[in-house]
Design a protein around this ligand. Structure first.
Ligand SMILES: Nc1ncnc2c1ncn2[C@@H]1O[C@H](COP(=O)(O)OP(=O)(O)O)[C@@H](O)[C@H]1O
Ligand SMILES: [Mg+2]
Length: 348
């Protein structure tokens, strides 16, 4: 088997797979995952709870063993040669333990001494995460956001090139989330690669340069955030109308992407909501409600996973929204940057 190794990629996996045994049954947590994270920038690793994010991260760090597939960090195969590259990687997968009565700074000094890092680095990493002026306060008095930033500071002590943060904003209030985002942005702006996982897509889309979106252990979309959103036309219109199915085919015939959401149709692909009214009225269908909304990654995700969720049609083919084939003329071809992988069906 030949594996092409790309050192421009901070992380690269091919066919990564992990199953767990539960009550005698085999349960797939990660299913043939090809994940590529470019070096430099913030990469959002997104997917709902239980979609396999933590399992993937744990495989990358050698904390659980993959059933199949390969993984490389900076072109080095892991877990086989993890010791060669481990100094270039800092990660927060579980909540680190700090001494509550010691100051944040004192906690970091102890850690620095334990790993042989000069103590002067401590003040630099406190600065990096915006804790320079609170470093001498007791850890137990820190807000959750400050505690999380101290954890990030701890990962920076050995000056890694790649930082892996598993759901670092969990449990934080909006101010805390904002602080963590700013910290991650700052790290990326200084040349680091940040992989950040989250089940809240909107939380990460503002800070991520590129994203990978997974569902049920499989990749559903990856690419630059701007391209994923751009390929969606940006605008999403929620329409309530009688005879939903007829309306849906009329709108689809215009080349727009249409999905049902309860009593509404969600239409993407037109920047002019009035066109929807016109098309429906021409066939004697009268719009009862029409609400334009800016599409975010969340709606990209919903669109891509339609048919997988409990409310979807199981096994229904996925609409190729991003880079896929669209029935309408004049639509852009497959986008070179934003890619949607096949989901649902295929692999046995
Ligand atoms: N140690 C484990 N034993 C059994 N099942 C597990 C274990 N860890 C995770 N799983 C299962 O694997 C799936 C993926 O979990 P996880 O990787 O934690 O997802 P995420 O981090 O995206 O929420 C889930 O169905 C979860 O219940
Ligand atoms: Mg997780």
């Amino acid at each position: 088997m030949t594996v092409t190794v790309d050192e421009q990629l901070a992380i690269s996996t091919r066919g990564l797979r992990k199953t767990y045994r539960r009550r005698g049954r085999r349960m797939v947590a990660v299913e043939g995952l090809d994940l590529d994270v470019p070096a430099g920038g913030v990469h959002g690793f997104l997917g709902p709870n239980g979609s396999g994010k933590t399992t993937t991260i744990r495989m990358l760090l050698g904390l659980v063993r993959a059933d199949a597939g390969t993984a490389h960090l900076f072109g080095t195969p892991v877990p086989q040669r993890l010791p060669d590259v481990v100094d270039r990687v800092g990660a927060i997968v579980e909540q680190p333990k700090f001494f509550p009565r010691f100051s944040g700074r004192r906690n970091l000094v102890l850690l620095a001494q334990a790993i042989g890092t000069p103590v002067r680095v401590v003040d630099k990493v406190l600065e990096d995460v915006g804790l320079a002026d609170r470093g001498r306060d007791a850890y137990r008095g820190y807000s959750l956001g400050m505690k999380q930033r101290l954890a990030i500071a701890a990962t920076l002590l050995k000056d890694p090139d790649l930082l892996i943060f598993d759901e670092p904003t969990n449990g934080l209030d909006p101010a805390g989330i904002h602080e963590i985002r700013a910290t991650m942005r700052g790290l990326a702006d200084r040349g680091k690669t940040v992989l950040v996982s989250s089940h809240i897509l909107a939380e990460v889309e503002q800070v991520a340069d590129t994203v990978s979106i997974i569902a049920r252990g499989r990749m559903v979309a990856h690419g630059r955030v701007a391209d994923l959103l751009g390929a969606h036309g940006g605008l999403e219109v929620r329409v309530r109308v009688d005879r939903q199915e007829v309306a849906s085919s009329l709108l689809t015939a215009q080349g727009w992407s249409v999905r049902a959401d309860g009593r509404h149709l969600v239409v993407q692909g037109t920047e002019h909501p009035a066109q929807i009214t016109r098309v429906l009225a021409a066939s004697d269908l009268w719009v009862e409600e029409l609400v334009p909304v800016r599409a975010g990654l969340e709606s990209v995700f919903l669109e891509l996973t339609a048919g997988q969720g409990p409310e979807g049609h199981v096994g229904a083919p996925h609409r190729g929204v991003v880079g896929g084939s669209s029935p309408g003329g004049g639509s852009p071809g497959p986008h070179p940057e934003a890619v949607v992988d096949g989901v649902g069906g295929g692999a046995a």
